[in-house]
Design a protein around this ligand. Sequence first.
Ligand SMILES: Cc1cc2nc3c(=O)[nH]c(=O)nc-3n(C[C@H](O)[C@H](O)[C@H](O)COP(=O)(O)OP(=O)(O)OC[C@H]3O[C@@H](n4cnc5c(N)ncnc54)[C@H](O)[C@@H]3O)c2cc1C
Length: 327
Amino acid sequence: MANGICVFAENYNGNLEAVVAELVSAAHLIKEITGEKIKAIVVAKDCEKIIEEIKNLGVDEVYVVKTETDCSFQDDAVSKVIANMLERIEPSSVLVPATTISRSIFSRVAAKLECGLTADCTELKVSTREDGSFYIKQNKPSFGENVFVTIVTKEGCYPQMMTVRPGVYTAAEKVEEDKTEIHYLEDIVMQESKIKVLEVLPATNNTDSILSADIVLVGGRGAESEENFGLLKQVADKLGAAIGGTRPLADTGFIPFEHQIGQTGYTIRPRICISLGVSGAIQHTEGIKETKLFIAINKNEEAPIFNISDYGIVGDMKEVLESILNL
Ligand SMILES: Cc1cc2nc3c(=O)[nH]c(=O)nc-3n(C[C@H](O)[C@H](O)[C@H](O)COP(=O)(O)OP(=O)(O)OC[C@H]3O[C@@H](n4cnc5c(N)ncnc54)[C@H](O)[C@@H]3O)c2cc1C
């Protein structure tokens, strides 16, 4: 009988990826209803620090396969190991970060286990069937991000497997108590990968910058000119802030999609968020509502963005940005 909520502990260079703490948080919410144990799965060569970090997030069990070689980009080999681990653990659900690496690994795992995989969920909700059994409603944007759909794994098909978009859940807090059981699955051995890493280059996608930044400047359609966007960039440099934006700004290519904020983009939780030329549509404000201090600048005093801001400036963003640069 499938039981337990598995969380894939994605890691790189011996460190746990930050998004894993968010997934553990989602797992805790599921556990509150289903009462199942949270089981992290770790596949890594240098796994000691990773195990320590994941234990601190309050998971019940950690299942580990320690490999002889580095696992980076060895997706064919790693996916076989994980499929074997999941056959052994038999969880009812598996939460996976919606990152490039995890997507590549778990599409292969899903094919091996013939269980399906819902990609890029922004909300997980537990529901109960008539017979009292639980299942997860996997909500996600779809059809070019224009509609929200709820996907449910076919009854009787386990595990229910889903990738979850980074930034959607608040990271799980560190716990003091250590009750985590560690299980080394020594008989599962990673085979040689057919993928050879020739060179490692620095990442160009810096979504992490908006997710971890202390200050984020968010541009809207009002920033859609070379002049206004250029000023916004200069102020961001001056404040050491990351730049995010609304959907129009992503659609017109001023920012990459990975920096779109909102229901179908990312959720940010900075200390300070300054929004410029943004009207305040609900699909956007969903992604900024966790901001601690929110300042809005808009030339229309009736703009709905002022209803949710702590401070508002009614004015042309160009003039406001120039004044900040002249300070
Ligand atoms: C299913 C669905 C999902 C969506 N997901 C997202 C999402 O994830 N993220 C997202 O952002 N949107 C999303 N949208 C789109 C969303 O509904 C809005 O259309 C979008 O957020 C509007 O962006 P905006 O505020 O930049 O533009 P507008 O609504 O056009 O507002 C521009 C604002 O800028 C002000 N302005 C113009 N010039 C200046 C200036 N010089 N100085 C100061 N102010 C100025 C104007 O007064 C206006 O208020 C989604 C829509 C749908 C249907």
